[in-house]
Each structure stands twice: as C-alpha cells, then as structure tokens.
Design a protein around this ligand. Structure first.
Ligand SMILES: [Zn+2]
Length: 214
C-alpha cells in the first residue's frame, strides 16, 4: 500500500525511531526534473514541505529557500545509476554506523540480509562527506543492492517509495545490531550461497521483499 509519507515526515520518523541524532541524516524523492531533498542542517522537528529543495541531478537548484543537504551528490549519483530507486534515506543509525566504522559490511548471517537485494550488505570505503568520491563509492557498493553501509559514516537505503526506503533503513539497522550481538556471542554461523539463493527466490515470488516482514 502506497503511503503519503513526505520528506519531513520521513525525517521525523527516522528521529523517532532513534536512527539519527541531531541534524544528521537526509532523505530524497526522485522527481521528473531530478529530485526533492531535505535541506542542510535543519532538525527534523523543524522540517515541513516548504523546507524541501527541488534540484536537477547536476546540482542546479530549481526551488527552495534553504541549502540542499550536503549529501545531494550521493543522492543524485544513486538516482542516475539506479533507475529503480525512487526514494533514498541516509542516516547514521548506531549499529550500522558502528559496523561501518570497522569497515565491515553485513554478511549472510541471517536470511533477512537478502531484503537488501543480495547475499550481503556491502560497506563502501570511507570518503569525505558530501564529496563526489563518496557518491561514487556509494553507487559501487549499491550495485545489485538496495542498501549499503558507508565506511566511518553510516548507511543508505533506497526504495520505490519513501516508505519502503525508510523501512529498509530500519531493517538494516536491526540486522547490524543482530550481527554485532552475534559477533559478541562467539560469531554467527553463516548461510551458504545456495541457502541465500533460495531466500532470494522466495522473496522474488512475493514481489518487493522490502515490504515484507517475514
Ligand atoms: Zn551522513
């Protein structure tokens, strides 16, 4: 079921879910002209529809009274490289960021890892926030995936709607927390390629796996 979640509402949900503190994190929606993105440096509670910034993917601002998120290049590069992505959520959620600070992605330790589109969730190498280098690292780590971790930074999730991108970001954070716990309990048993292939086949039979909470 499609929702009418807007960018401000999405950021407020991220904050309420404890996925980001302060003004970190941002979200965007693809538009015919390019994208609408949250502004730079505004606390979620202060956002509303008037704070959105409309831009082309080349960085040209079309409408908005505030500066766009400093991560607009990363959002733009992902829309350019991933035609299926209609919405993007980026946050510094605690457990996903802790793993990313160790340069670790999330391997096939639980079948729900496949919710991001493959047998693992990669961690992109570190690059300066807001840089084109970070944008390209994110695009590479998202190849064949709907989410990835960003080294020494956080996580990013895509979807066919803001609701689905937000839902995936929440799932990635939960998987990161479970993986960290499993590591601290002696290390998880990993599922093999055949087991993950079965999961992905089953997910494919149910449409968008990120909408399911199986
Ligand atoms: Zn960030």
């Amino acid at each position: 079921m499609e929702s009418s979640l807007d960018l401000a509402g999405c950021m407020q949900r991220i904050a309420a879910a404890g996925l980001s503190a302060g003004t970190s994190g941002n979200a965007s929606l693809r538009t015919p002209e390019g994208m609408r993105i949250t502004p730079s440096g505004v606390a979620p509670a202060m956002l509303d529809a008037r704070s959105d910034v409309a831009m082309r993917l080349d960085g040209t601002v079309l409408a908005g009274r505030l500066e766009p998120s400093s991560e607009w290049r990363m959002h733009a590069a992902i829309y350019a490289a991933h035609p299926d992505a209609a919405a993007i959520v980026h946050c510094h959620s605690r457990h996903a960021t802790a793993l990313a600070c160790c340069g670790r992605g999330i391997p096939a330790f639980h079948y729900m890892v496949a919710v991001a589109g493959g047998a693992d969730i990669r961690c992109a190498p570190y690059a300066l926030f807001g840089s084109e280098e970070l944008a390209q690292h994110a695009v590479s780590a998202l190849e064949g995936r709907r989410a990835c971790l960003l080294g020494n930074h956080g996580q990013i999730a895509t979807g066919h709607s803001l609701e689905s991108a937000l839902s995936l970001a929440i799932e990635v954070e939960e998987l990161a927390a479970q993986y960290l716990l499993a590591l601290s309990a002696g290390g998880p048993r990993h599922l093999d390629d055949e087991q993950m292939r079965e999961v992905m086949e089953r997910f494919a039979g149910y449409g968008q796996p990120q909408e399911r909470g199986a």
